[in-house]
Design a protein around this ligand. Structure first.
Ligand SMILES: [Zn+2]
Length: 149
């Protein structure tokens, strides 16, 4: 499923215009171009689903598993003190892009969330993305060795 009018389908999946951190057969994760905090990542299905109401259940589960893996790599990479995972459904719930996406937002004590979002240069996002990708390899190795499940 592909929707040419959807910015994630067109710019992320088709044009690959993002700093990617993770991909598998049906999930893609990349740096938010206007991060709420350093290391803000979005995790999306490669197929177009609008939100929780229409997403395929198996794709939904694959996204949750990817989110868990990515959060571990973010924590290793950025040494955040915690993180928020969020997902909005419908315009009334502040969903802006109508393609299912989960936010992973690292938190750094004692900083408060700053909702004034600004576009960050892709080269700067790529520096953080590279760190997260490298730590994802470690998470994979730990999983294979049974050190984490
Ligand atoms: Zn889409």
């Amino acid at each position: 499923m592909y929707d040419e009018t959807c910015v994630f389908c067109r710019e992320i999946i088709k044009n690959r215009n993002a700093a990617f951190v993770y991909e598998d057969d049906c999930v893609s994760a990349f740096m938010d171009s206007a991060p709420i905090e350093d290391g803000h990542v979005l995790v999306i299905p490669k197929g177009h689903y609008e939100n929780i109401f229409d997403i395929d259940k198996e794709i939904y589960i694959k996204i949750q598993l990817a989110v868990k893996k990515i959060t571990m790599a973010i924590q290793d990479s950025l040494k955040c003190n915690g993180l928020n995972i969020g997902q909005n459904n419908g315009r009334v719930a502040n969903q802006v892009v109508m393609h299912y996406h989960m936010h992973i937002i690292p938190r750094y004590y004692p900083k408060k969330i700053n909702w004034e979002r600004e576009i960050v240069d892709k080269a700067d996002l790529e520096i953080i993305a590279k760190k997260i990708r490298e730590n994802l390899k470690k998470v994979d190795e730990y999983e294979k060795s049974g050190r984490i499940t």
